[in-house]
Design a protein around this ligand. Sequence first.
Ligand SMILES: [Zn+2]
Length: 230
Amino acid sequence: MKSLAGALLLLLAAQDPEPRQPPPDPFVVKVSDMVRARIASIVSQASGSKVKFEDALARAAKLDEEILAESAQKLGLSPDEVREAWKKREKKPRKTGFGDGSWIVLGGQDGGLDSDVKGTPVQDTTDLVGGGPSILTRRKKPPPPEPVPLGKPLKTKDEWWATSTSTERAAYVESEWVRKSSLVEMKEETKKCPTCSGKGTVAIKRGGIGLTAVCSRCHGAKDDVLLAWD
Ligand SMILES: [Zn+2]
């Protein structure tokens, strides 16, 4: 029985290795290759180090038109002809996401301090363990009598953009475009921020005082936004 089933499988495999796939239309392949190349090129331009964040977002919002227009021009077609051919493309799934800039689209805290807690920092306990210089240090710098803010600044959107790598900025622009594009289909999902395990806050000690601070990675937004598109 086993050998008979095996022989049948072999026969089937030999007859129909790629079941009923029509050969790709060379015109569609040419257009979709061009469109993919234009997407990569425009996303890269829009996320350059000299581009301001707001300008990158404005460009992402118009990316569909720009992709169609550039592809059409290079192929000697109309934008509508490009759009129609692109609809018949062979799908090539791609993954992207907002990464550690996800807080910006999720409404995380934009700048400001990560904690409102004020306190009088406790001197480092190592000062108490003998040694001349540490005693001098303690005498020179007595603890301030007034409580001081213990919060540390979180990045603003513009600071996030300016301090991100070109890869991170490109992924952000691509994601921004994918979310609104009429050219592609996309699926969106979230993943817990790895720094705070999806809590949005972290328990830390500053100046010897325990406090709860807004997570410096997700800015309280708790999640990363991941996108799959094709
Ligand atoms: Zn977090």
